[in-house]
Design a protein around this ligand. Structure first.
Ligand code: NDP
Length: 285
C-alpha cells in the first residue's frame, strides 16, 4: 500500500494525462476518468467506468478539462460530499466563483487553480500553479498538489486563480504574438531571434534598460515622467510601425491596436507624459 494520498484525475487531455502519469510516477494511487473512453490506456492509473465512480475513489479530485462547464456536465451525477475538487481548467474569474457555489451546494469544496506550464513542464523544477479558495483545503492537500509543481495560493476568493492565470497568459500571448508579427516583417525568425532574446533579458535587468522595474515604479506611483520619451512622440512612432506592416502586405491588427491605444492617450492629453500613461486608457476604457 502506498503511503501517498489517493488522487483522482478527471480529464485526460494533454494536461490531465500528464498529471495522471506524474501522480502514478510519484507513487499516488491514481484513478482516472475521461469523457471519451480509451484515454486512460497506458497511463498506469486505475480507469473508472463513470465520473461518479472516479470521484468516489479519492478525497482529492484533480480536474483538467477544456473549461468549467465540462466539470458541471461531467460531475452532474457525482456525490461531492467531503470531496476536494481541484480544478486546473481555464475559465473566467466570475465562472470560478459560480463554480465554487455549485460545489458547495453539493457538499464539496472547490480549490481553483491555474497551472503555468505546458504538459512537459508538469512536475518539473520551475513548474507552479496559482491556487485560490479555502486555505485549509489547500494546506490539507499541499503535498499532493506539490507533485505537479510549486503551490502559489493567492487568496480565498475562488476567482483569483484565474485572475492571476489570465494576467500571465495575456503577457505570454501578446508578447509572443508580437514576435510572430515582427518575425514576419523581417522575413526570418532566426535572423530576429538574438535581438529579441537580448531585449527580453534586458527588460528584467536592473539598469537603464530594465523597463519592468522602471515601469512598475511608475504604475504604482501614477507618475509617468515623459521628458526623455514623451507619449506624443511614441504615438506618431507607433503609426510608423503600423505603416511598416501594411507596406509589407502583412496583417496589422496587433500593431494597429497598440497604435490606437497611443492615439487615445495622446488625444486624452497625456502627450507630454511617458509610455506608462497608457495604463490610464486601460483603467478607464
Ligand atoms: P485538451 O484539448 O488536450 O483536452 C481537453 C479535455 O477536456 C479532454 O479531456 C476532453 O475530453 C475534455 N472535455 C472537453 N469538453 C468536455 C465536456 N463537455 N465534458 C467532459 N470533458 C470535456 O486540453 P489540455 O489538456 O491541453 O488543457 C486542459 C486545460 O488546461 C484547459 O483548460 C487549458 O486551457 C489548460 N491549460 C493547458 C495548457 C497546455 O499547455 N496544454 C497549459 C496550462 C493550462 P474528451 O477527450 O472527451 O474530448
Amino acid at each position: 500500500m502506498s503511503s501517498r494520498e489517493a488522487v483522482t484525475v478527471i480529464g485526460l487531455g494533454a494536461m490531465g494525462s500528464t498529471m495522471a502519469r506524474t501522480y502514478v510516477a510519484a507513487g499516488h494511487p491514481t484513478t482516472v476518468w475521461n469523457r471519451t473512453p480509451g484515454k486512460a490506456d497506458g497511463l498506469g492509473a486505475v480507469p473508472a467506468a463513470t465520473a461518479a465512480e472516479a470521484v468516489a475513489a479519492s478525497t482529492v479530485v484533480v480536474i483538467s478539462q477544456v473549461d468549467y462547464p465540462a466539470m458541471f456536465e461531467s460531475l452532474a451525477d457525482a456525490d461531492l460530499q467531503g470531496r476536494v475538487l481541484v480544478n486546473l481548467s481555464s475559465d473566467s474569474p466570475e465562472r470560478l466563483r459560480v463554480a465554487s457555489t455549485w460545489a458547495a451546494e453539493r457538499g464539496g469544496t472547490l480549490v481553483t487553480g491555474g497551472i503555468m506550464v505546458p504538459p512537459p513542464g508538469i512536475g518539473q523544477p520551475g513548474s507552479y500553479a496559482f491556487y485560490a479558495g479555502p486555505a485549509e483545503a489547500v494546506d490539507a492537500h499541499r503535498a499532493t498538489l506539490e507533485v505537479l509543481g510549486r503551490v502559489e495560493h493567492v487568496g480565498t476568493d475562488p476567482g483569483l486563480a484565474m485572475l492571476y492565470y489570465q494576467a500571465m497568459l495575456n503577457i505570454f500571448w501578446s508578447t509572443l504574438i508580437s514576435y510572430f508579427y515582427s518575425a514576419s516583417l523581417v522575413g526570418s525568425a532566426e535572423q530576429l531571434r538574438p535581438y529579441v532574446a537580448t531585449m527580453l533579458a534586458d527588460l528584467t535587468q536592473e539598469g537603464p534598460m530594465g523597463f519592468l522595474r522602471i515601469l512598475t515604479t511608475q504604475l504604482e506611483s501614477g507618475e509617468y515622467p515623459g521628458a526623455e520619451n514623451n507619449l506624443h512622440m511614441q504615438a506618431v512612432g507607433s503609426e510608423h510601425m503600423v505603416q511598416a506592416f501594411t507596406e509589407a502586405g502583412l496583417d496589422a491588427t496587433v500593431p494597429g491596436a497598440v497604435a490606437e491605444l497611443f492615439a487615445r492617450a495622446d488625444a486624452a492629453g497625456f502627450g507630454a507624459d511617458g509610455f506608462a500613461a497608457l495604463v490610464e486608457m486601460v483603467r478607464k476604457p
